[in-house]
Design a protein around this ligand. Structure first.
Ligand SMILES: [Zn+2]
Length: 447
């Protein structure tokens, strides 16, 4: 057992901050109890730390760890006039160059970043079109080596021909079956699997109708929702209406591709009718404010009227609290009416979403839940309570306050010291990065 002493327990939604109490984590990796006097009553328990805040682990709602080795990329990238060219010149060159080695180390690099930011579950959208079969298992292993949970899918696309599309569907199916058999030890991770599966698809403009049929059928047979980009750039919406005569989300829906809990990433150019459909289906919008700014694709102005949305970084690091701040400031900059509490609720929704994907009742600090938590060394310089918790997140609390991170009762980071050899792993990641960059250059020469 592990006990945290005199900590203030935080809940995102509804916002709550307790008085200092003790939190007990059982040997089964689950929250055992919370209340006063637990440390005294369990002198045998390992000391997890004292003071500060303990919150549920953060959930990253949409990312691409395949881009984790793109940081500081030393490859000649042609300038792009628009988003479609950006995909062509950079991202589709990068994902084509990924192989087993670089996929694995992308997972390690991404997961170390996530852990350091207090993220305990990442929802990832993977692509490695030259090496599809088995890629999700290797990515899961890389992430699992760090000790963070992941919800993975393969981004099926027709842009590399029918064989590529079929291989994408097959990889989603294979990995969903693997997740069902849950090969990783459930006990160590607090009664929840370390990895889970969704069904992945790139974006409507790179998906033919036959592939959508196959994906819709797989969502149904596997009981898993889709994870897809829709209308990230205006082109996706225009292409769908001009070429297929349908709004992109309506088109997906006609193929059975919008079951409950489907993640619609970005959705900047969805019509009001599509937003209504998104909510009617119980789908979840993943809002990626920084990525939208970086790609200059526009602003997601519909947030105030949406119920189901969460935050993603879209591969721009894994710092959810930083994304929280960017998303809020961008919203204010656009003249929007939301307050930080709306973003706090989004953290809560992401936690509940991840719980559903992992098949557990809750990822909160309640008895019986997996002990996925963050101990924050946050000496609040002003009063802190449920009423102003969101303000502390927008203007104060950040990943520099992460002291310890626990996943399923196991410390991934304890007292600022990772359980893994961060320096050695980072060096291996950098070697893999060199390999990836070289392959990008070599493949371009051959083409
Ligand atoms: Zn994305």
């Amino acid at each position: 057992m592990t006990v945290f002493e005199r900590v203030r327990l935080v809940r995102w939604d509804p916002a709550a901050v307790s008085e200092p109490i003790d939190l007990l984590v059982g040997d089964d990796g689950r929250i055992a109890a919370a209340g006063p006097g637990l440390a005294a009553a369990h002198p045998e328990a390992r000391k997890g730390g004292s003071g500060g805040l303990v919150s549920p682990g953060l959930v990253l709602g949409h990312t691409h760890f395949y881009s984790a080795l793109a940081r500081g990329l030393r490859v000649d990238i042609a300038p792009s006039k628009d988003f479609a060219q950006q995909l062509e010149h950079l991202w589709w060159r990068l994902d084509r160059a990924l192989d087993d080695v670089t996929t694995r180390w992308s997972g390690v690099a991404g997961a170390m970043d996530a852990a350091a930011c207090g993220v305990t579950t990442v929802i990832d959208h993977h692509a490695s079109p030259e090496w599809i079969d088995g890629s999700l298992s290797v990515l899961a292993e890389g992430i699992g080596e760090v000790g963070v949970r992941s919800v993975l899918c393969y981004e099926t696309t027709d842009r590399n021909g029918q064989a590529g599309a079929k291989a994408g569907v097959r990889e989603n199916e294979r990995f969903a079956e693997e997740a069902d058999t849950a090969r990783m030890p459930r006990l160590l991770s607090g009664g929840a699997p370390l990895f889970a599966a969704m069904i992945g698809a790139h974006a409507p403009f790179t998906l033919e109708d036959g592939t959508l049929d196959a994906l819709g059928a797989l969502c149904k047979s596997s009981g898993r929702p889709l994870h897809v980009h829709v209308a990230e750039d205006k082109y996706d919406a225009v292409e769908s209406r001009a070429r297929r005569g349908l709004d992109p989300l309506v088109r997906l829906d006609r193929h059975g591709c919008v079951p409950k809990d489907t993640i619609i990433a970005h959705g900047l150019w969805l019509s009001p009718e599509e937003f209504a459909l998104l909510e009617e289906r119980g789908a979840m919008l993943a809002h990626n404010a920084r990525s939208n700014m970086n790609n200059a694709v526009g602003y997601q102005a519909a947030l105030p009227s949406l119920r189901n949305w969460m935050l993603g970084t879209d591969g721009m690091g894994a710092d959810v609290l930083e994304e929280f701040k960017f998303a809020f400031f961008k919203h204010k900059d656009s003249g929007g009416p939301l307050w930080p509490d709306a973003y706090l609720k989004a953290l809560g929704r992401a936690g509940n979403f991840a719980a559903r994907m992992l098949g557990v009742e809750a990822l909160e600090l309640v008895p019986g839940a997996p002990a996925d938590l963050v101990h924050w060394d946050y000496p609040a310089p002003t009063a802190l309570g449920a009423d102003n918790l969101a303000g502390h997140l927008a203007f104060g609390l950040s990943s520099r306050h992460v002291k310890s991170v626990m996943v399923g009762g196991r410390f991934v980071i304890e007292n600022k010291v990772p359980a893994y050899d961060a320096e050695a792993l980072a060096a291996r990641c950098a070697e893999a990065g060199d390999r990836l960059w070289k392959r990008m250059t070599d493949m371009e020469r051959k083409a």
